[in-house]
Design a protein. Structure first.
Length: 244
């Protein structure tokens, strides 16, 4: 699979998002009403508004913010005998405009220096890309071209989405990254965090470094999964280079 896309031409990305406020009770009356109107048809009757806000607000761009974005790519060896290196860098900040400005600058540099490059991730087409675009518009930050959906024809979008690849044409399959990598026996970098805990760690522990480690683990997992799709050997931990 993906024979036409060299692994070195993919920039992998993952986001960690949290609710705009620590709880539903801390929203203004206007935003409480907007939240209820947005999710009323999905919220089970036995779950209160505060619980549902804590569980789901982070996936709605209008009610959340990005607190970490990690990107990574395979550096092409100069010598065929040298091992590949996977370089990974994270942008994390309590101030979302600062985070997005740094991230978008990195995206522009990466894609301006290379031809025929792609953005890779898990569910990137339906979540990460539109989420970044919406948050950028809300923060009045210009979009890099790679995130501007109006620039590309639908069949020319430069995204390698491992969720779409795993679907193999099926429309209903929404399989998690963790399930796919486990099913394929792809080792996952160990972290002490799960996706559902990110909001709590952010608002109660204020531990951005822990969230960054979790975000980077997902980028590595997506990169390894893409290698499996391409029938390439997985990389070892020693081949992963964290860039400050």
């Amino acid at each position: 699979m993906l024979e036409h896309i060299p692994i070195h031409r993919i920039l992998f990305i993952d986001l960690e998002t949290v609710a705009q406020q620590p709880s539903y009770q801390q929203l203004s009356p206007v935003w409480q009403q907007l939240w209820e109107g947005r999710v009323n048809q999905y919220k089970p009757d036995n779950i209160d508004w505060d619980t549902y806000y804590n569980e789901k607000a982070a996936v709605y761009a209008e009610f959340s913010k990005i607190v970490c974005a990690s990107i990574g790519y395979f550096a092409k060896p100069r010598n065929p005998d040298e091992p590949e290196i996977f370089r990974i860098k994270s942008f994390y900040d309590h101030d979302e405009p600062t985070l997005l400005t740094g991230l978008f600058e990195a995206l522009r540099k990466y894609f301006s220096r290379r031809a025929q490059v792609y953005l890779g991730g898990h569910n990137i087409r339906d979540f990460d890309v539109p989420f970044m675009a919406r948050r950028a518009l809300i923060n009045q930050i210009p979009l890099p071209q790679i995130l501007d959906a109006t620039y590309f024809k639908p069949w020319e979008q430069p995204y390698v989405d491992t969720l779409q690849l795993w679907k193999f044409g099926e429309f209903r399959n929404l399989t998690s990254l963790n399930l796919i990598t486990t099913a394929l026996d792809i080792p996952s970098p160990k972290t002490d965090l799960t996706g559902r805990e990110v909001g709590h760690v952010y608002w109660h522990d204020r531990d951005l470094n822990r969230i960054k480690n979790y975000c980077e683990a997902d980028v590595i997992a997506v990169a390894q999964l893409t290698r499996r799709f391409k029938n390439l050997p997985l990389i070892a931990n020693e081949q992963i280079q964290h860039v400050a």
